[in-house]
Design a protein around this ligand. Structure first.
Ligand code: CA
Length: 228
């Protein structure tokens, strides 16, 4: 059974999520503190998606996210953010989260996001090995790895999906909507801004000069273009 970690200190919210995860066919692993969440992840290395609340009694959700990402690039991470904390979304994505859900959220919304992340994690597993080599970059779709000049660049699932989309469409201007649909899925109802935040993070990882990006260029008022 697919495992999902839910880190939330408010018992009522956590129980609500657990009930809905089970109903959607997931095994729910619960944690009420940041430290507990990291412990659960060590006990269950097969957890595919982690849902992290931000305000917690010990270390905050961003810290938990950074901790997870330091050793695990593959797991899907969804941050639970409060309605008013607009900046949380951006901070969460910059610390390595793949997605965020704003409280209060509907069970359908949350499970749709989890399903989408799980699809992305498992999506390429059975596809034929394919290596895309462009300029200094080599993308291996079997190992889901990216190298630049022979150096491995660590990517989150979302960043990998964007890189794959770019490298399959070299020299083609892709609209932000195209990227959103291709990477997050057709059912995703989040904001286009999530595309920009992820592109910003990718540029930090792959560009020679982040201030003057040459690989991922901006197509003003439209989207982005890949060239290497
Ligand atoms: Ca909380």
């Amino acid at each position: 059974m697919k495992k999902v970690l839910i880190l939330e200190d408010e018992v009522s919210i956590r129980s609500f999520v657990v009930i809905n995860l089970r109903r959607a066919g997931y095994e729910a692993i619960e944690a009420g503190t940041g430290m507990e969440a990291l412990e659960r992840l060590r006990e269950h290395p097969d957890i595919g998606v982690a849902i992290l609340d931000i305000m917690l009694p010990d270390i905050d959700g961003f810290e938990v996210c950074r901790n997870i990402r330091a050793t695990n690039k593959v797991i899907g991470i969804i941050m639970l953010t409060a309605r008013t904390q607009e900046m949380d979304k951006v901070t969460g994505l910059m610390t390595g989260a793949d997605d965020y859900v704003t409280k209060p959220f509907s069970p359908a919304e949350l499970t749709a996001r989890i399903d989408a992340l799980y699809r992305r994690i498992g999506g390429d597993v059975n596809s034929d090995s394919e290596v895309l080599s462009q300029g200094p970059f080599v993308l291996n779709t079997r190992n889901r790895t990216l190298e630049k000049e022979g150096q491995r660049i660590k990517l989150t699932q979302v960043e990998y999906a964007i890189m794959k989309l770019f490298m399959q469409n070299p020299g083609r201007a892709l609209s932000r909507e195209d990227i959103l649909t291709s990477v997050w899925g057709r059912d995703y109802d989040g904001e286009l801004k999530i595309v920009d935040v992820n592109i910003r993070r990718l540029r930090i990882k792959i560009e020679n000069d982040t201030a003057n990006p040459t690989f991922i260029t901006t197509v003003w008022g439209f989207g982005y273009k890949w060239g290497a």
